[in-house]
Write a protein that binds this ligand. Structure first.
Ligand code: XUL
Length: 508
């Protein structure tokens, strides 16, 4: 049994969580927020909106500074030399582009220069497109045409060509900046980039995160030569290999040993995406449990038997980092939309927002709040109203009910009834919001005592892959539900069925 570290590089923050698998204790958690902790960088939300055609990028150097700040804070809370293994969770689909000299920069162990100082000169693209980017509609159509249409891409890669996915993003870059593309020697995902930073060497992409690129043959768990060819020239040699999530990359780089006091024997396990990592962290890596994560994006996912794909093109099949596959639906207007509604209604905090929910009757009206262009459903910014008209007092309930109904409708293709929901992410701590999800899905809602499920998943994967711990033991110790299951009200079922049917009609 061992002390392990899970790192989560998400859209807005870097989180570091240390577990002692022997005592079953969470020894320390530290976080750095890309916006608030770095006010002089000019990206208060941690990412960069407003690029051409719906581009949303982020600064990879800010991510690196965020990692260093989180580790500096962590070192004040716990002894980093006791950590035996590390793994990484990263926001999915985001990509980092590296040019000549990148391997030497990764291997540079000099503790006097920061990671950002080492990596800056070897970036062949200054910013990284992230999952919120919707600029590649044209490239998706081109990839689909080259591979024989949407269904063919979906059958091959687990998803139709999807604007935020990395393949279409790579294609747009290669078309618009052929010189920079020619200089690019390596494209990493956020998860594989940070695993490479930790290992001081190029590290593979895992099958979980690799499936979010429209480049991997979902059944073979390896790059599809046809998809690579349809995407960009010379792509095969610019990608790291794909490997199972249990792969140990090797010992941590000298930089972390000398700068932060890690043991040179500490092992790095390859990374995965934040949703696959949460699947593990929620104790849901075997079929049977459905997870809803309420974060910057809201996602609903579950481990599934075999591989299922969504004919409508909105759901995805990803690799399960522990083997097999998982379904996923991602809604872009998650916490940022809830926040916008709270401000619009003039509620100064979440208590006032929750009080408004509790004082409004359930299942009367619903609003799908698409404050920004949405990906599920694929719609431009705007709101869809269902049922009775809303007032400022009933809007918070209607908006959360709309979000829950939208997830219910768009997860029907997975084909398994939801008998138990596991809720995670910031908003899951709000009892009023948890009750709405229980009622809309007609299923009891459980929450875990650990709220950082993506970082927890990374730590558990590190323990299993590098320290020989058994996942069944780790789940029993770290993924037990917190007391206080939220039960659904069966009397609301027919009213929610009617609202879901109305939503389906409005979207058809
Ligand atoms: C999933 C997705 C988002 C990101 C950011 O497909 O785009 O959930 O992983 O968290």
């Amino acid at each position: 049994m061992a002390v392990v570290l899970g790192l989560d590089l998400s859209t807005q923050s870097a989180t570091a969580l240390v577990l002692d698998t022997k005592s079953g204790k969470n020894l320390a958690t530290a976080r750095a927020a890309f916006g608030p902790d770095f006010p002089d960088r000019g990206h208060p939300e941690g990412f960069i909106r407003g690029g051409q055609n719906g581009e949303v990028h982020a600064d990879p150097l800010l991510w690196l500074d965020g990692l260093e700040l989180a580790l500096t804070r962590l070192a004040k809370l716990t002894d980093l030399s006791q950590i035996e293994a590390i793994s990484v969770s990263g926001q999915q689909h985001g990509s980092v582009y590296l040019g000549a000299g990148y391997q030497a920069a990764l291997a540079d162990g000099n503790p006097q220069t920061s990671l950002a100082t080492k990596i800056k000169p070897v970036l062949s693209r200054a910013s990284s497109p992230i999952w919120m980017d919707g600029s590649t509609v044209k490239e998706c159509a081109e990839i689909a045409a080259a591979l024989g249409g949407d269904q063919a891409v979906c059958d091959l890669t687990g998803s139709v060509a999807t604007p935020r996915f990395t393949g279409p993003q790579i294609r747009r870059f290669a078309k618009n900046n052929p010189q920079a593309w020619a200089k690019t020697e390596r494209v990493h995902l956020v998860s594989s980039f940070f695993a490479s930073i930790l290992a001081g060497a190029d590290v593979a992409i895992d099958t979980g995160d690799g499936a979010g690129m429209n480049l991997m043959d979902i059944r073979k768990g390896d790059w599809s030569p046809a998809a690579l060819q349809a995407t960009a020239s010379d792509l095969a040699k610019k990608l790291p290999p794909v490997r199972p999530g249990s792969t140990v990359a090797g010992p941590i780089s000298k930089y972390f040993v000398t700068r932060y006091g890690f043991s040179p024997r500490c092992q790095v396990v390859i990374g995965t995406g934040d949703n696959p990592s949460s699947l593990v962290g929620m104790g849901a890596s075997r079929p049977g449990k459905v997870v809803i994560s309420l974060g910057t994006s809201d996602t609903i996912f579950a481990a599934i038997e075999g591989i299922r794909t969504d004919a409508a093109g909105l759901g995805h099949a990803f690799g399960n980092p522990l083997g097999g596959s998982m379904s996923l639906i991602c809604v872009r207007n998650g916490s940022l939309a809830r926040e916008a509604i709270r401000r619009e209604c003039g509620f100064k905090d979440w208590d006032e927002f929750s009080a408004a929910i509790n004082h409004s009757p359930a299942a009367q009206s619903a609003v799908l709040p698409m404050e920004e262009d949405e990906i599920t459903p694929r719609r431009s910014a705007g709101r869809i109203s269902l049922g009775k008209p809303v007032t400022p007092q009933s809007l918070p309930r209607a908006a959360v009910e709309g979000q829950a109904l939208n997830m219910r409708l768009h997860s029907r293709w997975v084909g398994t009834p939801t008998t138990q929901l596991l809720l995670t992410g910031g908003a899951s701590n709000n009892p009023a919001i948890a009750k709405i999800f229980a009622d809309v899905f007609g299923a009891p809602v459980f929450r875990l005592s650990v709220s950082d499920s993506a970082a927890l998943g990374a730590a558990l994967r590190a323990a299993e892959a590098a320290c020989g711990a058994k996942m069944a033991y780790l789940e029993a110790v770290f993924c037990a539900p917190a007391p206080g299951v939220v039960q659904p009200d069966p009397a609301l079922r027919s009213a929610y069925d009617a609202l879901e049917a109305e939503l389906a009609k409005k979207l058809s």
